[in-house]
Design a protein around this ligand. Structure first.
Ligand SMILES: Nc1ncnc2c1ncn2[C@@H]1O[C@H](COP(=O)(O)OP(=O)(O)OP(=O)(O)O)[C@@H](O)[C@H]1O
Ligand SMILES: [Mg+2]
Length: 436
């Protein structure tokens, strides 16, 4: 049985003329650490507050261990919530802060001492039990706030962005502590964040939210390898997935040819039997490839890569992070391989000219330019525009020494046919089986 069940939850604030949460249903199993992730304003805190009882759903049902708690007041729900602002009582030391709720609940003093000291040991706070919050670091204060939740021994922990006030190093450290805590306590937890790295590292299951709607639920591995749509694919993974606007120019069971960025034609050899019948030549496709699944090659003519799908890109910038590095570039409409510098400039002029022409034509009749693009835009998922806004941009994770690419204007980038995603014009994943 699910520990927590949310059924058809809708929330509409009186001041808004749109539902903030739209028909949301979810089962959270006992002992799971479920992470709600999504952009700012998508409704994560609202959902968590409804679970805690701090906000009433407009309709729908919430049950805990099989009993309907929709109308039960927060203090009777046996849940403990940790917020981003830890709001400790400044005049109380760590011990008093952690014991406060238990004192109010009239728990026996010896039980309080035992629980507080056990939680303090778990959180490395034993040495600070008699210290006031102003003498603690941000990370220590957040740990006190977590300790305050632990001592209540709740059935369910609710965390609302508990790490956002901490600096980068402390965030990583506290994230690991929360993971360890979950392992030790085995209590069910719901954790809200807009940080996809926290979601990937902490979650038993991730719930991706967008504009009050549940986009996808799954384990981090499922969500990373098989995102349902462009929104999820672009939100999970860092740097984010590359999206290229493409047109299907040939379709066979074992190969598919795409025209990418208007000009570059690539053939992807793979078993496409599953989608072959549902795709039509001429259909708009969004080709998705993660930066870690691309490879810059020095010799495109080498036999090992000759038959692999290859894109040509200009190099905008290379970011060296020490352990790894990334190339940020642009897929240009006209492949530049083997072109001279003057030809390149000429190309740029032609491009600029056609851009002006396109813009003025588009004003007269937007669909006359590129019906495929117009069609794609009309049916876009909410957020799709943002996700593929710079559709010719490309990010590649580099495997070798980035210094070898110094001074290069353009590079050949090879795609792994087993690790490409195909999305339709509405942003839905139509070929999901990416092999890990
Ligand atoms: N009490 C309220 N009254 C009116 N609108 C509200 C109220 N609380 C939240 N909202 C609106 O509901 C939407 C969702 O807010 P919510 O705080 O749940 O987002 P969130 O996903 O937690 O965002 P963030 O990552 O920024 O914390 C927002 O548009 C917000 O303005
Ligand atoms: Mg929030």
């Amino acid at each position: 049985m699910a520990t927590l069940r949310l059924e058809n939850i809708v929330k509409r604030f009186h001041t808004l003329n749109e539902d903030t949460i739209k028909n949301f249903s979810l089962d959270v199993k006992s002992g799971e650490l479920v992470v709600f992730v999504g952009p700012s304003g998508c409704g994560k805190s609202t959902l968590l507050r409804m679970i805690a009882g701090l906000e009433d759903p407009t309709s729908g049902k919430i049950s805990l261990e099989g009993s309907d708690i929709t109308d039960i007041r927060p203090s009777r729900r046996n849940m403990a919530m940790v917020f981003q602002s830890y709001a400790l009582y400044p005049h109380m030391n760590v011990r008093e802060n952690m014991a406060f709720a238990l004192k109010l609940a009239k728990i026996a003093p010896n039980v309080i001492t035992e629980r507080v000291e056990k939680a303090a040991a778990m959180l490395n706070l034993t040495a600070y039990l008699e210290t006031k919050p102003k003498h603690l670091s941000g990370g220590q204060r957040q740990r006190v706030a977590i300790g305050r939740a632990i001592v209540r021994e709740p059935q369910l922990f609710l965390f609302d962005e508990p790490l956002s006030n901490l600096d980068a190093a402390l965030r990583v450290q506290t994230r690991i502590e929360i993971s360890l805590l979950h392992k030790r306590l085995k209590t069910t937890m719901i954790y809200v964040t807009h940080d996809q790295i926290e979601a990937m590292t902490l979650a038993s299951r991730i719930v991706v939210l967008n504009n009050g709607t549940l986009e996808q639920v799954g384990t981090p591995t499922e969500i990373y390898h098989n995102p349902d749509n462009v929104f999820v694919a672009g939100f999970i993974g860092t740097p984010k997935m590359n999206f290229f606007q493409a047109t299907l120019s040939r379709m066979e069971n074992r190969a598919l040819t795409l025209k990418v960025a208007d000009q570059q034609t690539i053939e992807i050899g793979r078993d496409f039997t599953e989608v072959a019948s549902s795709l039509k030549v001429g259909a708009p496709i969004i080709l998705g490839v993660r930066p870690e699944h691309l490879e810059v090659i020095s010799n495109p003519k080498a036999t090992a890569v000759k038959n692999k799908p290859t894109l040509t890109a200009t190099v905008d910038i290379i970011e060296n992070l020490g352990s790894t590095s990334y190339l940020y570039g642009t897929i240009h409409s006209h492949p530049m391989a083997n072109k001279t510098q003057s030809e390149t400039k000429e190309n740029a002029k032609i491009k600029e000219h056609s851009k002006i022409k396109t813009t003025s034509l588009a004003k007269e009749n937007p669909k006359s330019i590129d019906p495929m693009l117009a069609e794609t835009r009309t049916h876009a998922l909410p957020g799709l525009e943002n996700q593929i806004s710079n559709q010719n941009a490309i990010t590649v994770r580099l495997t070798g020494d980035p210094a070898t690419l110094a001074g290069r204007d353009s590079v050949s980038v090879v795609l792994d046919p087993e690790r490409v995603y195909l999305f339709n014009g509405e942003g839905k994943n139509i070929f999901s089986k990416v092999r890990s």
